[in-house]
Design a protein around this ligand. Structure first.
Ligand code: NAD
Length: 367
């Protein structure tokens, strides 16, 4: 079997700092578990603009299309705010998502027990929470035509169009059902079929796809009711599938049930490649955090958990992903905290590398 390939794009701000800790974890898997990756590294965002005058060089884009998975840190920063829209750091990220056609965005909301007090909800509502939101990422109202600001009579009108084809719904639904099969076999689809035709079609297609997955218990919920249920009793959900707009809102809300931005990973998946692996990019939810960049304060866990998702969804190493998540849980249980996770009296924060050290030690203990 060929060695799986991984393209690392650290990006800007805290991106390179948190990615350095991921590199140590990747090396650990090579040394201690015989799990070797063919790792290459390149520039994205402002770092790429500084060198190439573009936030994503064509050669980097071509590499991203070839590898088994891309792992990205974060892009952006105040230095680049003055740039033209077409070369802003975020354009590099959007180009990767678009050209790789990453249509399924996976956003886990998982509450580590040691951090249950961090949630804005009561501890018993979030302790043990483990849900996955699958958001359609490349269609819907953010892309539909017509769009724009037009003049009608003597006033202007802003228009965006919600548009979904059956095949777009089918492919993201299949992705969600496959995930549900590997998890708790429960899938809740959220739309607004009561007021939107696209929602009626969404419900019809998801129901039809569900016939291929009789083992999965499928339910439907209006997205506004879903938002309420997520805040009321989130543990009723296993996998949620929803469109681009509702997914944007629901995944952010669900993620924050669990605490800090420094803890949240994500995966964006596309169609299967020739080797059967999906096109994939993994990245923390957070940005480049210019306010703490270069100070060794960043929490690397979101980026390390993104690598755990790569182990699970690109490299079929679910047990090793479990090992990594358990190591992070053990570290948190011991009270090790980066500054963003403080709140308790008498706890001294560790640095980004200090958190990396603790996770590697916990990985060693897991052997
Ligand atoms: P941000 O996520 O960078 O930071 C928000 C707050 O959370 C900051 O106070 C920051 O210090 C803190 N934070 C974020 N990640 C952390 C971590 N790992 N550890 C500890 N604290 C952490 O969002 P922002 O400040 O709105 O944006 C800053 C820049 O990042 C902007 O240029 C923005 O465009 C860009 N951005 C990039 C991405 C991405 O690359 N995917 C996502 C969001 C924002």
């Amino acid at each position: 079997m060929t060695t799986p390939s991984l393209l690392i794009l650290p990006g800007d701000g805290i991106g390179p700092e948190v990615m350095a800790e991921v590199r140590r974890v990747i090396d650990w898997y090579g040394d201690k578990r015989g799990l070797k990756f063919d790792v290459s590294e390149d520039l994205v965002g402002g770092a790429a603009y500084d060198v190439h005058g573009t936030p994503l060089h064509d050669d980097t884009m071509a590499k991203a299309q070839e590898v088994d998975a891309v792992l990205l840190g974060a892009v952006g920063g105040p230095k680049y705010d003055v740039l033209d829209f077409s070369v802003k750091p975020e354009r590099g990220l959007l180009r990767l998502r678009k050209e790789m056609d990453l249509f399924a965005n996976l956003r886990p909301a998982q509450c580590f027990d040691a951090l249950a007090d961090f949630s804005s909800l009561k501890k018993d509502v979030v302790a043990g929470l483990d849900i996955m939101i699958v958001r359609e990422l490349t269609s819907g109202i953010y892309f539909g035509e017509p769009r724009g600001i037009f003049t009608e009579g003597n006033e202007r009108v802003g228009i965006n169009t919600q548009r979904y084809t059956e095949s777009e719904i089918d492919r993201v639904a299949r992705n969600a059902f496959e995930l549900a099969m590997k998890r708790g076999r429960k899938l809740c689809s959220m739309e607004k079929a009561n007021v939107m035709e696209s929602g009626i079609l969404w419900r019809e297609v998801v129901t039809k796809v569900g016939e291929d997955y009789p083992e999965v218990e499928l339910s439907h919920m209006y997205a506004d009711a879903g938002a309420m249920q997520l805040c009321r009793w989130p543990k009723q959900f296993d996998v949620i599938v929803t469109d681009n707009l509702f997914g944007d809102l629901l995944s952010d809300a669900a993620a924050m049930l669990t605490g800090s931005l420094g803890m949240l990973p994500s995966a964006s998946l596309g169609a299967p490649m020739e080797n059967g692996r999906p096109k994939a990019m993994y990245e923390p939810v957070h940005g480049s955090a210019p306010d703490i960049a270069g100070q060794g304060k960043a929490n690397p866990i979101a980026c390390i958990l993104s690598f755990a998702m790569a182990l699970r969804y690109s490299f079929d190493q679910g047990a090793e992903a479990d090992r990594l998540e358990a190591a992070i849980n053990a570290v948190l249980e011991k009270g090790v905290r980066t500054a963003d996770l403080l709140g308790e009296e008498g706890v001294t924060p560790v640095s980004t590398a200090g958190m990396g050290d603790a996770i590697l030690a916990a990985l060693d203990e897991s052997l």
